[in-house]
Design a protein around this ligand. Sequence first.
Ligand code: 5AD
Ligand code: SF4
Length: 492
Amino acid sequence: MYHEIDLDKVSLSQGPPQEEPGRQYYFMAECRQAVKELEGKLGRRPTFFAQTFGCQMNARDSEKLSGILTSVGYARADSEEADFVIYNTCTVRENANNKVWGRLGYLNAAKKRLPHMKIALCGCMMQEPEVIEKLKKSYPFVSLVFGTHNIYKFAELLSLALKQEEAVIDIWQETDKIVEDLPIERKYPFKSGVNIMFGCNNFCSYCIVPYVRGRERSRRPEDIIREIQDLAGDGVAEVMLLGQNVNSYGKNLDPPTTFADLLREVERVEGISRIRFMTSHPKDLSDELIEVMGASKKICRHLHLPLQSGSSRILKEMNRRYDKGQYLALVAKIRRAMPDIALTTDIIVGFPGETEEDFLETMDVVRKVGFESAFTFIYSKRTGTPAAAMEGQVPEDVVKERFGRLLEEVQRIAAEKAGAFTGRIEPVLVEEVNGQDPRLVTGRMGNNFVVHLPGNEGMVGKIFEVELKECRGFYFYGEVVGFSCIPILGGN
Ligand code: 5AD
Ligand code: SF4
């Protein structure tokens, strides 16, 4: 892990070294000089604003970007009126792209008020060639553009962008490199995401992720464990292990290992009370994993298991490699081993060729499983994916009607599931003071249900025994009945 390298002592006289992460430390030192000069000109500390679009992987990447920006001397700003603005983009659905194009119009106006402002874009959307063409043609005010594969080079690219007026655009098609030991600025002091792997090999036919995030690469277990030990030493109580498909973790390592083995090791790290992970592909979920979860005192009783569709025919078209019966059998096996587990999912409505019968199969699975919560998405056509070229794109009004029906059912079931917890006493990790009512704090149960309770700032980051007084659909109002020793028992 990165332990405060003294950047002022890094020698800039010899030129940058080739090996990483030393090369990036060199460029961080260069950036620090440039930021100091800017500070002299402005008569105040230069500021940065970083905005994340998309998933937890992107949120973790943004913590890496913020870590570098803070180390080189920028102060965080809470709006786009900043000297350096970076958007870490998502492209999983078309509306993610639209949000970024919309914000860029606003940034253009902001840059007119602050002409020295540098604007940077990175992340998944930048891996699309059409996006880069459009940026080059119509968005000349953007100073720095890079993608998902070279994020570790941010300091080097930033140094160049601070030196030159022309835009720096650096997009790689792939990488097999994982660079460790770069600075990270965590959003929360008491919980943290931890990347365990990057990329995806599954090529679900609707999904752009394998094209923009590349092939699966696993971090070495010893690097992951070292990072988690450092996090625990720094006061982190909860880790979320992150990967597009954590169940295939370790297959390509030498020697190969498994996600279940990794979890066993993470469980042994002292100071960590809660372990979460995301995302599991149903086709790869092993019996060994169920066993490890069942026996664990720390792994939260929550599994996010994307269904996508309940129709075996659509699942085949989606290239998901399981059918309705297999999904339901897997759920039954998981529930047998852990009756108290919360299951959440992702569902796509309106995949090409989806008929009313197919949709009713999805509704059937939703009812049979009884998900504690589900993310529902309208199918979005992504250029370059096999589904984009499929016949039978479903008309918008039909999709919207189905989507409405699904959402209603998902919410009804979620409220029913949550309601069953009313009156119970559960450990809750307090995460923040409630944004709307400062007399309340907000936290999560192990199974991911949100709980609001009377409290104060001093409770943040600690686990309390909370009586769940009232259920309001998918969240609770509760009251503290005790302080839970760490590590908590049961993980939920
Ligand atoms: N359209 C709609 N939803 C999508 N997802 C991925 N690709 C698409 C798409 N083209 C959803 C899947 C995935 C989640 C992260 O995003 O449900 O699990
Ligand atoms: Fe996309 Fe499928 Fe990979 Fe998930 S598993 S990132 S849905 S291709």
